[in-house]
Write a protein that binds this ligand. Sequence first.
Ligand SMILES: [Zn+2]
Length: 91
Amino acid sequence: MYSSVISKIEKAHRYAREPERIKFQAFSASFQGSHDEYTVTLSDTGWHCSCHTFETHLAGTCSHIMAIQHILGGMLPDNARYDPVEVQAVN
Ligand SMILES: [Zn+2]
């Protein structure tokens, strides 16, 4: 029993050093911006942010989403990652 728990802990430590094993399928967080707190979500329909920029610029992204994309990096599915080329094309 005890050795079984230890082997699980050791495996967890190994997994924790291999974040590429993890892919967020959905995500929700509050984000304290410079002026207000926003809600950033990732779902089947893509990213969403409650900030004014996201709602009005129709670029499908904003600085809050981009920051989270940087933090989560390879733990995001390919179609949810930060893509500066695509962002430049929209702007
Ligand atoms: Zn935003």
